[in-house]
Design a protein around this ligand. Structure first.
Ligand code: PGA
Length: 251
């Protein structure tokens, strides 16, 4: 059985106090209102990882970092290693987000190193893929997504791949209010699963594939009901506790 997952990507927002408040609100509502098998993951900025981990310690909520270094340790000023993330109590890391690919040169080559570091340190990876507007308009969206998979996920062993979750996030839908249509989402998620099956066989049937890109409390239900959608990676709507809880309850 594939896991249902809703992950909140807080990006570079808020202060420590905001993170504590948001986590406390979500944990409280989760306890009172959520009675399901949905795995909830919160992804705060690095400096807040430890506090958010401690606040969620006795709950079923898990914590993710938004990135990790491609190297294990050493003279890499400003970087944060996978082992540091693990030591702060996080169990997941988001890698390959389009903002990292676009603004911080996270190429497929670098991402493979980051994924390996994450897995070596016991983190589960939420690996983001997705095409730009230009790629969709030129009908190369399938090629783009396939390449992102082949260059990174397909390089992993089956045991490593078992620790990976895929997030399909069309770049044109991230933070724009434009959501991919249910037909576009199902078509791409099915395609992603077929590409993964070529490498990993039936194991790919167990991989959770999340949708991300302007997913909110109004459209989550329809998207989560699609056969190859196993949850969501939520940006803007994860910063409001009530919206985030509504999205979790959309399953
Ligand atoms: P959004 O972001 O929900 O604000 O579009 C999603 C993401 O970037 O993960």
């Amino acid at each position: 059985m594939r896991r249902k997952i809703v992950a909140g990507n807080w990006k570079m927002n808020g202060t420590l106090d905001d993170a504590i408040k948001l986590t406390s609100e979500i944990a409280g509502m989760y306890k009172d209102e959520i009675n399901s098998d949905v795995q909830v993951v919160l992804s705060p900025p690095f400096p807040f990882l430890n506090s958010v981990s401690k606040l969620t310690n006795n709950t079923a909520i898990k914590v993710a970092a938004q990135n990790c270094a491609a190297q294990a340790s050493g003279a890499f000023t400003g970087e944060v290693s996978a082992s540091m993330i693990t030591s702060c109590g996080a169990g997941y890391v988001i890698l390959g987000h389009s903002e990292r690919r676009t603004y911080f040169s996270d190429t497929d080559e670098v991402l493979l190193l980051k994924v390996r570091q994450a897995l070596l340190n016991g983190l589960q990876v939420i690996f983001c893929i997705g095409e730009t507007k230009a790629e969709r308009e030129s009908n190369s969206h399938f090629d783009c997504v396939e390449k992102q998979i082949l260059n990174v996920l397909s390089q992993l062993t089956p045991d490593e791949f078992a620790k990976c979750i895929v997030a399909y996030e069309p770049v044109w839908a991230i933070g724009t209010g434009l959501t991919a249509s249910p037909a576009q989402v199902q078509e791409m998620h099915h395609f992603i699963r077929e590409v993964l099956k070529k490498q990993f066989g039936e194991q790919a049937s167990e991989t959770s594939i999340l949708y991300g890109g302007s997913c909110n409390e109004n459209n989550a239900k329809e998207l989560f009901a699609l056969p190859d959608v196993d949850g969501g990676l939520i940006g803007g709507a994860s910063l409001k506790s009530r919206s985030f809880i509504s999205i979790i309850k959309s399953f």
